[in-house]
Design a protein around this ligand. Structure first.
Ligand SMILES: Nc1ncnc2c1ncn2[C@@H]1O[C@H](COP(=O)(O)OP(=O)(O)O)[C@@H](O)[C@H]1O
Ligand SMILES: N[C@@H](CCC(=O)OP(=O)(O)O)C(=O)O
Length: 301
């Protein structure tokens, strides 16, 4: 089971772009050239028959730049006001770019309840299903102007976790996180020059979780720890996940073609298959234990 085999057949894909991918670090303004390329890549994926959902960060950063705030806003109200300004601007630009190719988009702003409350989750899923049926590309973000989960606590709603929850909700088979770094290292390479790159993650354990630290830039939020958290959600739901650098936005095409770009987190099922390929004895032991459990269950029922 190789990367090409796994990635080329993906059908429903969630792609998350971080603030650092779509804005200029020095100014916080939107990188229009990159956003335009990104939109073309998305439309091309649709032309190939794939279904895509975008999870786009950037509301706070873009709002902060638009309002001319030099430093990161330090009150919740200021961050939320930035998000309200920035989200509208961001959507206006996405809308304009998609419109050039007559592709309809939709803004879907979610809150924690959209995922944790069963009724809201059902509604959100129904909306996504309908949007897919209508050939619309949903552009998702957290409803930052009213939600405090992400802005205040930096966990649930950070967009890495949000993207994972959306991928799980819509039954996506692949989540791609475009970041300011090419993937997962054994430690934060910005702090530790001896950190080594990890191409494939077969299984997420505590050791791996400890490697992933927080964000180091002024605009990024979650860092690697929220990405590994996202990988846990996604790989348990049966999908694979890739983290890659948004510096080269065309990397999305290479990922879809199965090239060795970024860090691939294998779904639990694929991870087991790879482990079994590496160790046939282990595969045999697993099969035998499964058989023993089955006959034990049959005896006791
Ligand atoms: N083990 C690690 N491997 C790679 N990057 C890491 C690791 N631990 C922490 N990081 C940091 O995570 C950052 C990426 O996350 P973040 O700043 O939230 O950006 P984005 O939202 O664009 O993905 C990297 O720039 C890096 O400094
Ligand atoms: N929802 C927030 C961004 C949250 C977030 O996770 O940001 P990032 O680390 O840039 O992906 C916004 O749109 O500004």
């Amino acid at each position: 089971m190789d990367r090409k085999e796994i990635l080329r057949q993906k059908k429903r894909i969630v792609i998350k772009v971080g603030t650092t991918t779509i804005t200029y670090e020095e100014t916080g303004n939107i990188n229009l050239e990159k956003l335009e390329k990104f939109v073309r890549i998305l439309i091309n994926l649709r032309n190939k028959g794939k279904e895509v959902i975008v999870v786009s960060s950037g509301a706070v950063g873009v709002g902060r730049a638009a309002l001319g705030l030099g430093k990161r806003p330090d009150t919740e109200a200021a961050k939320q006001a930035c998000a309200a300004v920035g989200q509208a601007r961001l959507m206006m630009i996405y809308e304009k770019l998609f419109n050039e190719y007559s592709q309809l988009t939709a803004q879907v702003l979610l809150t924690k309840e959209s995922v944790t409350n069963e009724e809201c989750r059902k509604n959100a899923k129904r909306t996504f299903d309908e949007l897919f049926r209508m050939n619309v590309v949903p552009i998702v973000n957290e409803n930052d102007a009213i939600s405090v989960d992400e802005l205040a606590y930096g966990n649930f709603g950070d967009n890495d976790t949000l993207a994972a929850n959306v991928a799980e909700m819509v039954g996506a088979d692949l989540l791609i996180l475009m970041s300011d770094i090419e993937g997962l290292y054994t430690d934060d390479p910005k702090q530790n020059p001896r950190a080594r790159f990890i191409h494939t993650v077969v299984r997420i354990d505590e050791k791996l979780e400890r490697m992933a630290k927080g964000a180091s830039s002024d605009f990024g939020t979650g860092g690697m720890s929220t990405k590994v958290n996202a990988a846990k959600i996604v790989t348990s739901s049966g999908a694979d996940m890739v983290i890659a650098s948004g510096d080269n936005i065309y990397a999305i095409n290479d990922i879809m073609a199965g090239k060795k770009i970024g860090t691939l987190f294998l779904s639990k099922e694929h991870g087991k298959a790879v482990e079994d390929e590496l160790s046939p004895e282990r595969a045999q032991f697993r099969r035998q234990s499964k058989k023993a459990r089955k006959s034990e269950n049959q005896r006791s029922s």
